[in-house]
Ligand binder design. Structure first.
Ligand code: TUI
Length: 315
């Protein structure tokens, strides 16, 4: 058993948190991860509050275990989404793409655990001083909207800078990744891309198959010129972005071109013209299977590699 402060704080068996991926992380996926002993997360993305509330109610009907909601702080509905989270007493909130400072007080009042994604040491320290329960340290290996630093460099620097538990994210999809993260000072991991390729994930089969087919160099970054880099699997859309960015198209037009593209890939299965957000670790994902098998195998592998590594290198 791998048991850390992350398990204690969140009331879960294994320190594995599922990424709150917009459109992908529905009640079905979140409940499956929570039922398998991790922490499932509903991804609010840009969804209106009533849609998020329906997912929360659905997840409550599918699991008696704790689950969370990821709030994407750039969403136009962020205030209303926070209201439904508080109304429904969701146990855990993770945040992305900004500073959740103004919501921390209300969440803490009802005992909701608050865990922001932090892309730098400075923000990690600021968040700690505002009372967050842990931080998710997400490296640039991750899918979707990304920061600049790698998981390998950012996790130990933040682990040294804060006392709250660190949850590593970006580039983790198997037991070796969990073991490595713990050696860098993390007490848990957040996993996204690997969970997309699960039976319980409701994303279109084309999306899952695109990840299974992906090789090491297929998850590319577009949007650097706009200041909002996004990692997706290479396809017609990323090539179009690349072409237009080279030609100096305005950031506003790039943003406009990206609108609705994630839904197109996840829901409609249009993996050539849609945005197939995925992390660099996509190349490692070889199959689609039940969430419980992913988690059980990952934990067994982590324990094995930790003891094997010691055996191999000890004289
Ligand atoms: O949030 C993510 N990744 C995402 S969100 C998303 S959904 C979306 N769809 C369409 C348009 C916009 C978003 C897809 N992928 N990862 C967590 C993350 N957070 N990565 C980086 C950050 C971050 C960046 C800046 C966190 C805090 C931050 O703070 C800046 C500040 O205010 O100091």
């Amino acid at each position: 058993m791998i048991y850390t402060r992350v398990c204690e704080i969140l009331g879960i068996e294994h320190p594995i948190i599922q990424g709150g991926m917009a459109w992908v992380a529905t009640a079905e996926l979140a409940a499956a991860v929570s039922n398998a002993g991790g922490l499932g997360i509903i991804g609010a993305g840009n969804a209106p509050a009533d849609v998020v509330e329906k997912e929360i109610i659905k997840a409550k009907g599918m699991t008696g275990k704790p689950f969370g909601v990821n709030v994407m702080l750039l969403s136009p509905f962020v205030d209303e989404v926070m209201d439904v989270i508080i109304k429904n007493k969701v146990k855990v909130v993770t945040t992305g793409a900004g500073n959740p400072g103004k919501y921390i007080g209300r969440l803490k009042e009802i005992g909701t655990r608050i865990i922001p994604v932090v892309p730098s040491v400075a923000l990690a320290k600021r968040m700690e001083s505002m009372g967050v329960d842990a931080v998710i340290v997400e490296g640039t290996e991750a899918g979707g909207h990304i920061g600049e630093l790698t998981t390998m460099c950012l996790v130990p620097q933040i682990a040294d800078a804060v006392r709250v538990p660190v949850i590593a994210a970006g580039g983790i999809a198997d037991g070796r990744g969990l073991a490595a993260a713990m050696i860098l000072g993390a007490e848990g991991v957040q996993i996204g891309t690997r969970f997309v390729c699960s039976d319980e994930c409701t994303a279109h089969k084309n999306y899952k198959e695109a990840i299974v087919k992906a090789k090491d160099r297929d998850a590319v970054v577009t949007g650097r010129s706009t200041g909002h880099p996004v990692r997706c699997l290479k396809n017609r859309l990323t090539r179009e972005f690349e072409y237009l960015e080279q030609r100096g198209i305005s950031p506003e037009e790039i943003e406009k071109l990206g609108a609705g593209k994630l839904k197109e890939a996840v829901v409609d299965g249009n993996v050539e013209s849609g945005s197939v957000m995925a992390g660099q670790i996509a190349g490692l994902v070889g199959d689609i299977k039940p969430v419980k098998e992913i988690i059980d195998q990952l934990l067994k592998e982590a324990e094995n590699v930790m003891s094997d590594t010691m055996q191999i290198f000890r004289r």
